[in-house]
Design a protein around this ligand. Structure first.
Ligand code: ADP
Ligand code: MG
Length: 600
């Protein structure tokens, strides 16, 4: 028998580690940028050639390394950032595993130049595939420059698997963005194939986001801020109307480190639910500052995943923070800009505590009930009062303002003229232009918010039937109906199963005509089923959406002036008048400028 186990030489061990840490050029970019940040640099340059396949170089003006450290840094597990296990729970630096430089040096040709501030000469080291080629004193500026040439030159299999320059460059750029975003006080520049792509001056977080993603973000961002005992959440979210069809710009940072976190992402999506269209994604830039002992960063070699000690708590705090930001700044899309273009959310005083908007819904309200308009009110010909109340809604809710809105609307003493076109849209003349409202979606929104209220208050508005009505459904609809019978009860339906796909309806929500019961229930069931497919997970919300869609007045129905007014007034007392419960726009304003352009 012979022994077969042997220790791997360091160069091989390093290459194996490199397999985990350095998957592609962008991984090296990440590691080098992080080292530059950890070295307390104030200025960092990233220079890349051929999407990093030929050259990746990071030059910083940080604290540099001594001659010995310059050599040591390429050893595996060589780090200045931790000393003992305990330190793992107090990490404030980006790196700590001491394997990045060793890994990179095992699969590339690396040239390091470094000088500490109090030294006259620096050190230059060349290393290739873990083999030291040269070391000499050299003239160089304070700080460190690491040039990584021909990545994977000695691992042809990996080199072959690199993607197109375009794809690799995208990854690099993403890594650069992640580091540059969360270190806005540092100066960064980024060169590719000798062209300067970005030159970022020290700035605020908001300015950095704008510098990286464009001026349009100035108006999209809304601040978020929340501090609870051991975590501070800060940053920006984009207003719901700027949600994107693709993943959006979604950035979480924990103690200045970009991380991915599906669970927390879900909290943000949850806060945006019903405010953005289905299959679109909100953008956010959110920073958590938390005592390092409450997180574990060391669960993944590239450190982009972390564990929070109390994930549920983080979820709750984040959800509340985002909701609060949306609640304070949420406001109707087009009008927000047309009425208040210079509005800068972050000029609000620091100690400003927003009042959560309250909406009073009259549960017995019937938009189509005929009411006689008192004569004296008709005389109050104030075409603009209505719009004013509606403009008020666009601003952060200040004390007193909400009252005014409620007052204006409940008082019903405003007059505005509307008319219907194509039996689908209501048109109102307003100071900002022509307001176009989709009647069906408007009614869906109104009903949806009413139903949600009923669910919360557990006070369904129901009408008992004199003669219970019996109905038959298809097998699948019957199955779904059986499943949601108790939930329907919370919304005013009293339905019993008779078996064999037959049911008897004892009571319905008010406003449901006997002749419509079957078709309304069928629409509810269809909507409910497609809601499940669309991952509308909360059963009650799904049902409220389905019922709103099932019971709303449809396009094609004529509405007289009083009905129009009821619908519009009711719509603008909703919390989210601008979107239907399925996320479609409810209204749009054709501005004077647009009308002017068309007629030019
Ligand atoms: P880690 O960052 O996990 O400590 P690295 O392999 O990335 O491991 O770096 C090893 C060590 O080299 C660091 O701990 C640090 O002391 C030193 N170092 C690396 N890059 C720089 C730099 N740009 N400036 C100063 N020191 C550096
Ligand atoms: Mg490092």
């Amino acid at each position: 028998m012979s022994d077969v186990i042997r220790l791997l030489p360091d160069s091989v061990a390093n290459q194996i580690a490199a397999g985990e840490v350095i998957q592609r050029p962008s991984s090296a970019v990440k590691e080098l940028l992080e080292n530059a940040v950890d070295a307390e640099s104030t200025e960092i340059q990233l220079i890349v050639k051929d999407a990093g396949k030929t050259l990746i170089q990071v030059i910083d003006n940080g604290k540099g390394m001594s001659e010995t450290d310059a050599r040591m840094c390429f050893e595996r597990h060589a780090t200045s950032k931790i000393r003992e296990t305990q330190d793992l729970f107090a990490i404030r630096t980006m790196g700590f595993r001491g394997e990045a430089l060793a890994s990179i040096a095992s699969i590339a040709q690396v040239e390091l130049k470094t000088r500490q501030a109090d030294e006259e000469l620096g050190t230059k080291i060349q290393i290739e595939g873990s083999e030291f080629k040269s070391q000499e004193a050299c003239q160089c500026s304070k700080g460190t420059s690491v040039a990584v040439k021909n990545l994977f030159f000695n691992v042809p299999a990996r080199r072959q698997f690199l993607k197109s320059d375009n794809a690799e460059f995208k990854h690099i750029s993403e890594e650069f963005y992640r580091v540059a975003l969360i270190h806005p006080h540092l100066k960064f520049s980024f060169y590719h194939n000798e062209k300067c792509l970005l030159n970022l001056e020290p700035s605020s977080f908001k300015e950095r986001i704008v510098a990286l993603f464009g001026d349009v973000y100035k108006k999209r961002l809304v601040p978020i801020e929340q501090t609870v005992s051991h975590v501070k959440i800060s940053g920006f979210i984009c207003k719901p109307e700027f949600a994107m069809k693709t993943k959006g710009e979604q950035y979480f940072f924990v103690n200045n480190r970009f991380i991915r976190h599906h669970y927390l992402n879900h909290a943000v999506l949850q806060a945006f639910e019903e405010l953005i269209a289905e299959k679109s994604y909100p953008s956010y830039f959110i920073h958590f500052e938390i005592d390092p002992k409450n997180i574990d960063i060391n669960i993944h070699p590239t450190k982009t995943e972390i564990k929070f000690l109390d994930e549920k708590l983080m979820y709750g705090v984040l959800l509340a923070a985002v909701k609060k930001a949306i609640g304070v700044f949420n406001l109707s899309p087009s009008l927000d800009f047309s009425t208040n273009p210079d509005y800068q959310p972050d000029i609000l005083p620091k100690d400003y505590t927003p009042k959560t908007p309250t909406v009073h819904v009259n549960p017995s309200y019937n938009p189509f009930e005929k009411t006689n308009f008192p004569e004296h009110r008709k005389k109050q010909l104030n075409q603009h009062a209505y719009l004013e109340s509606f403009e008020l809604l666009q601003k952060p809710i200040e004390a007193g303002v909400q009252k005014e809105i409620e007052h204006t609307i409940e008082d019903d003493n405003t007059y505005f003229d509307s008319f219907q076109i194509l039996k689908k849209y209501l048109v109102v003349d307003t100071r900002s232009g022509l307001l176009l409202v989709c009647q069906q979606r408007a009614h869906e929104r109104i009903l949806f918010e009413q139903f949600q209220k009923q669910i919360i208050n557990r006070q369904p508005i129901s009408q008992q039937k004199l003669f219970p009505q019996s109905l038959d459904f298809s097998a699948t609809n019957a199955e779904t109906l059986n499943e949601i019978l108790p939930n329907l009860k919370d919304l005013g339906w009293d339905i019993e199963s008779l078996g064999h796909h037959s049911f008897v309806v004892n009571a319905t929500p008010s406003d449901v005509k006997e002749s419509d019961v079957q078709s309304i229930l069928e629409t509810i069931l269809e909507n409910f089923k497609s809601g499940i497919m669309l991952n509308r997970n909360d059963k009650q919300t799904n049902l409220a959406v389905s019922m709103a869609c099932g019971m709303a007045i449809k396009s094609g129905i004529s509405l007289d002036k009083t009905e129009q007014k009821h619908l519009l007034t009711q719509l603008f007392t909703c919390q989210v008048p601008q979107l239907s419960p399925k996320g479609k726009p409810v209204f749009s304003v054709l501005s004077e400028d647009e009308i002017h352009t068309r007629l030019n």
